[in-house]
Ligand binder design. Structure first.
Ligand code: AMP
Length: 419
């Protein structure tokens, strides 16, 4: 699913160029007028104006220091690195352009090669360039994909804007959950992804002086490195959260259908709780292996949230919604606990959703409970062995509803402690 622009409540579509404007724009007020103003303002401003603005709004010296660490690439270097952006090097395509695999010489060890991913921004993606450079170039966290550098050069073919990231060897979580892969992600790996992603989001929401709202949290924007660590990528839609004293940011609505929080879609009022909603959706994707909206399924199963409703709180029925590819190997109690967290994130009232650090604590508890198992199943290869072992034991199939309830009660007391 690609990101897109929703129709906002006034029925107007956000002009593409305004996307950049919304990122870190100063209009962190809560009026509708400002929304309209920022959209129309922005259409008349160029990208370099925006970049100055958005950099200027980061007031930390360490932020600007990190921006200085970014390597500025020449277009020729990146052409060479990606075999002239050959189709054979293409890793994927997002809302802002195509991403290619490439190799450059390491700046640390000149004899070593460094694998990179190069995003070649489309015309639409030009605004996203500055946002990504300003956000990703400024933040640093093990669960956020690292921006190595960028290219902003014009040649005979026009404006060239490229972003250079660390290469994430195991691709996106979307790909890993898809039927294209023969070895599915194990439950332990899914829990680890939920945990890593929660760490990344907690850092963005609560770990800095300024709050950053990711705005497009979904499995295609969670990438896996060679050690299966999950990192958030694609900050093209990120924006600064409300500043002190303000409850929300008013923006035109952008994001991805199926992931954006309902109140944000309806009102254009953005808070960090929109990301929490999206996180809840992703948890259910990890549990069920299904997408939030799947037109290829029978009508009553197309909408993930509607379909799971009757099963999520009933321990006897819960196994119906588990991803069939991991059913035999997945701990039902652990999956039910994670569904409990997802349900909290998917509260219709944004204020009642937990904040990201609370979500992180809950997921950490579930992960810790499963740790011993997870350590044995962190790679698909070992997972296969574990599936066989678990099937032999028939452990999960024998679990009685009463046992699950007890475990859930134990979990509830842990939640109280965590808060
Ligand atoms: P994006 O435009 O950032 O959403 O990227 C589109 C797709 O390209 C992703 O879903 C990944 O499959 C792939 N991709 C993006 N960045 C990287 C990276 N750093 N390493 C490996 N693959 C990537």
């Amino acid at each position: 699913m690609k990101c897109f622009h929703f129709l906002n409540r006034e029925g107007k579509q956000e002009p593409q160029v305004s996307k950049m404007a919304m990122h870190f724009s100063s209009s962190t007020t809560s009026t509708d007028q400002d929304t309209k103003k920022s959209v129309s303002d922005l259409t008349s401003r160029n990208v370099s104006d925006m970049s100055t603005d958005s950099i200027g709004r980061f007031k930390f010296s360490r932020f600007s220091q990190r921006l200085n660490d970014l390597k500025i690439f020449k277009i020729e270097e990146l052409k060479f690195a990606t075999r002239n952006f050959s189709r054979s090097q293409m890793l994927g395509e997002g809302g802002f352009g195509c991403v290619y695999r490439g190799t450059i010489k390491s700046s640390v060890d000149l004899h070593a090669n460094l694998e990179i991913a190069v995003k070649k921004l489309s015309r639409v993606g030009l605004q996203g360039h500055k946002t990504e450079v300003n956000v990703l170039g400024a933040v640093e966290h093990p669960n956020l994909v690292k921006l190595v550098g960028y290219c902003a050069e014009d040649d005979e073919r026009g404006i060239q804007r490229l972003l250079v990231y660390e290469y994430m060897q195991n691709g996106s979580v979307e790909y890993r959950l898809s039927p294209k892969v023969s070895v599915p992600l194990s439950w332990a790996m899914r829990l680890k992804i939920a945990l890593d992603a929660a760490r990344g989001l907690t850092y963005l929401h609560e770990g800095m002086e300024l709050q950053i709202i990711f705005r497009d949290f979904k499995p295609s924007n969670i990438l896996l490195d060679e050690h299966w660590n999950a990192k958030l990528s694609d900050f093209g839609l990120a924006r600064q959260g409300p500043t002190e004293g303000l409850t929300h940011v008013s923006t035109a609505v952008v994001g991805t259908i199926g992931y954006a929080a309902p109140e944000y879609v309806q009102t254009g009022r953005l808070t960090a709780k929109s990301d929490i909603w999206s996180y809840g959706i992703v948890l259910y994707e990890l549990i069920t292996g299904r997408r939030p909206m799947d037109r290829n399924r029978p009508k009553c199963e197309q909408n993930l949230l509607e379909w799971i409703k009757p099963y999520t709180t009933d321990a006897k029925k819960f196994h119906f919604i588990l991803d069939p590819r991991i059913k035999g190997s997945c701990s039902v109690k652990s999956a039910m606990k994670l569904a409990g967290v997802a349900n909290k994130c998917l509260n219709k009232h944004p204020k009642l959703r937990p904040k990201m650090s609370e979500v992180l604590q809950m997921v950490q508890c579930i992960f810790d409970d499963e740790k011993t198992e997870a350590l044995q199943t962190l790679t698909p290869a070992t997972e296969e062995k574990t599936v066989v072992r678990r099937k032999k034991r028939g452990a999960e199939s024998k679990m009685r509803a009463g046992e699950v309830k007890m475990l859930c009660r134990g979990w509830a007391s842990k939640l109280v402690r965590a808060n």
